[in-house]
Design a binder for this molecule. Structure first.
Ligand code: GSH
Length: 210
């Protein structure tokens, strides 16, 4: 499989954490891709011109990160990170959606900040920040109940929800460190600090914030 990636994309990091957690890292060949250039190879693989995009060995492509992660989960025989059915599944999917939404809002806010004077909308950027803050508060409310906290893998029911939340928090550290999301969110900070000890997180920490 080939994965079109960019080094600072949180969605790509999510896929790579998933690949490491499921033992599939070595099955993936990474292809550096600038999604903003919308080159012919990328748009041929993904008309939306986004990374991550996964190209299967038979040429079929998969996107976006929730679909790629669930596909990877279908390829291994270990404990599934997408719970198969019932309440645990809906909780994991909801948490994934909430954390994906944090990343979406963070990227919109980042891009808004890069616009030229006169084109930038402070109210739009503030709207994104407000969404992020509400989502973080909601996660703080439930963080004490998060399972899968242990860096050594004990606790065993790490899900796609935990992975996505941890990656989203890492992205806030990368892009909006000054906001100090940890303030007044001790349970979430505790979850993140512990989850960050996992090899999958350590191995995928973005190095260059450019
Ligand atoms: N919902 C998508 C979001 C992917 C996404 O927005 N990726 C960004 C990079 S962080 C991108 O490729 N942006 C290029 C563009 O929007 O044109 C996912 O979960 O994979």
């Amino acid at each position: 499989m080939k994965l079109r990636y960019s080094p600072t994309s949180p969605y790509v990091r999510k896929v790579m954490v998933m690949a490491i957690e499921t033992g599939l890292e070595d099955s993936i060949e990474a292809i550096a891709t600038n999604a903003w250039e919308s080159g012919p190879d990328l748009v041929n693989d993904n008309p939306l011109s986004k990374v991550p995009t996964l190209v299967l060995d038979g040429g079929e492509t998969l996107y976006d990160s929730p679909v790629i992660c669930e596909y990877l989960d279908s390829l291994h025989d270990g404990v599934k990170l997408f719970p198969p059915a019932g309440g645990a599944r809906w909780t994991a999917l909801r948490r994934q959606a909430l954390a994906d939404g944090i990343m979406d809002a963070a990227i919109l806010r980042l891009m808004e900040g890069k616009r030229a004077d006169g084109e930038r909308s402070d109210s739009w950027a503030e709207r994104q920040k407000a969404a992020i803050d509400r989502a973080l508060d909601a996660l703080e409310e439930e963080a004490d109940g998060f399972a899968g906290k242990e860096a050594d893998g004990s606790g065993d029911d790490v899900t796609i929800g935990h992975i996505t939340i941890a990656v989203a928090l890492g992205y806030l550290d990368l892009r909006f460190d000054a906001d100090n999301w940890r303030e007044n969110r001790p349970a979430l900070a505790d979850f993140y600090d512990t989850f960050s000890g996992r090899a999958s997180m350590a191995k995928t920490t973005p190095k260059d914030p450019a």
